[in-house]
Write a protein that binds this ligand. Structure first.
Ligand SMILES: C[S@@+](CC[C@H](N)C(=O)[O-])C[C@H]1O[C@@H](n2cnc3c(N)ncnc32)[C@H](O)[C@@H]1O
Length: 284
């Protein structure tokens, strides 16, 4: 990179450098990284493009840009990702929330009337993204959110407090639904469990290198072992007309349809905006 001395020059040098290293949108990423390093919003960068930068500021920007150039996901560097309109804190202890998972939230909301009152259970909550999006959209809802990772639960708590939703969220630590033995009548059990097979060609190398293995890799030969275990335990916590909504990989539709077993009576697979199978819904 050249030795840029203003915000404008720094952005001009950084954007193509990031694009060459595989960033989808080098300019946007450059703005987010420089903005983060300088504690400035993207808009404010544009209002001050010719501001001279100190050596210290340039060093801070370069350090972040270098991390991105080495493949570290942008969200871990800026510690922030938007999900369903909520700005969420993220750390390497949690999966970075994906737009695909908004399909699961949409499918859940379609089953929860605006004036709903009751509880949903989110299994493997990570950053808390699914539970928090549901709580934000439905004022009468409460959620129990489980994760086996203490560090992930701390991130979920921080996000719940940040958005004023902590009073309707109960965080529990443990394996899948085992910390929910006292829950009865849940309207829905929702989950984006780990489902990737180790060595899958669908897994990007930077995801494998930087995101938590605990959040990525599924159980059983088809990656749907967590799904099976959630479904086996769900009837005990679910309302008699409740449903289980589970995220799946784009290549797991057939196996997912095979998850249907009593007391569930119907299975449906919902596609994401890209048309890929993404959510399996099992209706009681
Ligand atoms: C794919 S991530 C999903 C995180 C978040 N719900 C999302 O959609 O971005 C899976 C989450 O499940 C958690 N997890 C993995 N195995 C678990 C288990 N046996 N019991 C509870 N949580 C588990 C991981 O720690 C991780 O936070």
């Amino acid at each position: 990179m050249a030795d840029p001395r203003t915000i404008r020059a720094l952005l001009q040098a950084t954007a193509p450098w990031l694009t060459q290293r595989g960033a989808d949108n080098g300019r946007t990423e450059a703005e987010l990284l420089v903005g983060h390093a300088l504690s400035m919003r993207r808009l404010d960068l544009y209002l001050d493009l010719d501001r001279p930068l100190s050596d210290d500021e340039i060093a801070r920007c370069r350090a972040l840009v270098k991390r991105r150039g080495q493949g570290e996901p942008l969200a871990y560097i800026t510690q922030e990702r938007e999900f369903y309109g909520l700005a969420l804190h993220v750390s390497p202890d949690v999966l970075i929330p994906r737009p695909d998972t908004e399909t699961l939230v949409d499918a859940a909301l379609a089953r929860l009337p605006e004036d709903v009152e009751g509880v949903v259970v989110d299994v493997g909550t990570g950053s808390g993204c699914i539970a928090l999006a549901l709580l934000q959209q439905r004022e009468g809802l409460r959620a129990v959110a489980v994760d086996v990772s203490t560090a992930a639960l701390a991130v979920a708590r921080k996000n719940a407090e940040r958005h004023g939703l902590f009073d309707r969220l109960e965080l529990r630590e443990g394996d899948l639904l085992s910390p929910c033995r006292d829950v009865v009548g849940a309207l829905l059990v929702v989950s984006n469990p780990p489902y990737v097979l180790r060595g899958s060609p669908l897994l990007h190398k930077d995801v494998a290198a930087f995101e938590p293995a605990l959040a990525l890799y599924g159980e059983d030969d088809d990656g749907l072992g967590h799904h099976r275990r959630i479904l086996a335990a769900a009837p005990a916590v679910l309302h008699e007309r409740g449903a289980v909504l589970l995220e799946i990989g784009a290549d797991q539709q057939e196996q997912a349809r095979g998850l249907l077993k009593p007391p569930f009576v119907a299975v449906d697979v919902v596609a994401d905006l890209g048309g890929h199978p993404r959510v399996v819904v099992l209706q009681r």
